[in-house]
Design a protein around this ligand. Structure first.
Ligand code: C5P
Length: 258
């Protein structure tokens, strides 16, 4: 790992130069942060679980025709991805009120929204990733009209698919955050593709029967059992071998290669 050139270090991931031009290696750390990194911890095995869950989700989305940056998983903590220019927006899709929407609009957490709602935040840690309107995106040129239309269409399609996928394993998809990037074409143009990760760090996932939280809110709200919850998500998705110790993710993750 240390011999490769580091391109970028984020709160939960590191990007390294990839083996071929146009590729990067995305490394999943065990670090967890919340409230714009005011709260920090290391959660043993989280990076391994997120690597596997994100791989699983990106592969399923690829199968339904969503273009993604994912190429292949390299090992327990790393995946090979396509290098993109990240569009500086966090695209949030919500089905059930929670988190900042509940606080901002005074809607009780858990209330089903009249329809799925897509929101945008500017990716600016120093400003706390503020909520912005489409008008800001157009006026400041953060994305073109065509790119924004594509991002919204892909987000709603991803939401539809993931809601169904999670419903099938007894989990409600409350909300999620995704990021998109521009992948350069040979003709000098580009294509907008799904980038970053989709994992319990970036989604709210509640048990369908009990509303028990199976996501990063367990860390944000000091509920405990964070890795156990992520392990449960991986296990329900069929990523973990059933007869192994679910609290030892570094031992029990099933390899694609075996
Ligand atoms: O905090 P808020 O309610 O706005 O979060 C909405 C969704 O976006 C949650 O699933 C949360 O995990 C995700 N999110 C994220 N990264 C951020 C902000 C929110 O993954 N910087």
């Amino acid at each position: 790992m240390s011999r490769r050139k580091q391109i970028y270090e984020g709160k939960a991931k590191i990007l390294f130069e990839g083996p071929e031009p146009g590729t990067l290696v995305q490394y999943f750390k065990d670090d967890a942060t919340a409230f714009n990194a005011q709260k920090k911890a290391t959660l043993d095995g989280k990076g391994i679980l997120n690597n596997r869950i994100s791989e699983f989700v990106m592969l399923r989305l690829g199968e339904i025709g969503i273009p993604t940056h994912f190429i292949k998983r390299l090992n327990m903590r790393e995946q090979l991805i396509k290098e993109v220019e990240i569009i500086p927006l966090e695209v949030i899709c919500r089905n059930i009120a929670a988190g900042t929407m509940s606080k901002r609009l005074g809607i009780e957490e858990g209330e089903k929204l009249p329809r799925s709602i897509v929101e945008f935040c500017l990716k600016r840690d120093d400003l706390g990733d503020p909520l912005i309107a489409e008008e800001h995106i157009h006026a400041f040129g953060w994305a073109t009209h065509a790119e924004l239309d594509e991002m919204i269409a892909m987000t709603l399609r991803i939401n539809d698919y993931l809601q169904g996928m999670f419903a099938g394993i007894g989990i409600k998809l409350v909300d999620f955050k995704i990021e998109f990037g521009r992948l350069a074409n040979e003709d000098g143009g580009h294509q907008v593709i799904l980038a970053d990760e989709i994992s319990p760090d970036s989604c709210r996932l509640w048990d369908a029967e009990t509303d028990r939280k199976l996501d990063k809110d367990r860390f944000r709200r000091d509920l405990g059992g964070v890795t156990e919850a992520y392990t449960e998500v991986a296990s329900r998705l069929g990523i973990l071998k059933e007869n192994q110790n679910k609290h030892a993710p570094n031992l029990s993750v099933v390899s694609n290669d075996d």
